[in-house]
Write a protein that binds this ligand. Sequence first.
Ligand SMILES: *[C@@H]1O[C@H](CO)[C@@H](O)[C@H](O)[C@H]1NC(C)=O
Ligand SMILES: *[C@@H]1O[C@H](CO)[C@@H](O)[C@H](O)[C@H]1NC(C)=O
Length: 244
Amino acid sequence: MAIASPLFSALVLATIALSAPTSMPSIESRDSPMIDPSTFAANSSFDVAAIYAAAIAANKTKVASYATTSTQDHFSTIYADWQHLEHVSVFHFMADMDIDCDGTDYDCAGNSGGDSETSFGALDARKVPWFVLPETLQKQEKDAVKDNALGAIICDGKMFYAIFGDQNGATPQVIGEGSLLLGHACFPKDRITGNNRHAQRDVAYLVFGNQPLKPTPDGSTIDISALKKLGDQQVKLLVQDLQL
Ligand SMILES: *[C@@H]1O[C@H](CO)[C@@H](O)[C@H](O)[C@H]1NC(C)=O
Ligand SMILES: *[C@@H]1O[C@H](CO)[C@@H](O)[C@H](O)[C@H]1NC(C)=O
């Protein structure tokens, strides 16, 4: 545009200002607030403490073990005791919570060397509660753990729903990781950042491997109310199956 009249320039600026939030998703995502954790929290009628205790006690059928840190000083075991319940199929494990900002928010505070994509798209770590699983687990379990599968994450006495949004392909592959949003929802007082995790291995990850929830068409977000609905429905079935 070689010649621009003042009026034309004003119109262009006004148009840019009006369209900015949708036309510049990466900048918008970096500066946008995180969504409200109550939108993906489990129905308060569930006895979260009872589900947590049941998960810790269900430790007979081992699927795999992965280190919780790259120094490999502790291993977390994934169990399949609940894989063949009457109404639901669940893998579960206890671990810490490292923080994942890959995807559109890859330059979040503390995230050095972030990746602009997540394993099944480019999710926004401020808008999507997700958990991470080791890459080889999905290969080992084939169809039993689908991309974007539902998870119920029990942390600090609360339960939130999330999707399997990213894989860990590090050497060694580690387990126990959630998106920035999930970390903040679980541990709002812990000053969670891209490099400030929750180190205690007291988080229960319940993975409903055959219940995927696809991201919205732009690939960066999910339908949060659909996540909550699916989560409440599946946990209700789990509670029934376990007779809790
Ligand atoms: C929570 O679950 C109970 C029992 O199924 C149901 O009556 C109630 O409406 C649910 N509450 C919300 C906010 O969904
Ligand atoms: C496994 O769970 C049982 C209760 O079902 C418990 O007594 C035992 O300590 C647990 N074992 C391990 C290794 O956590």
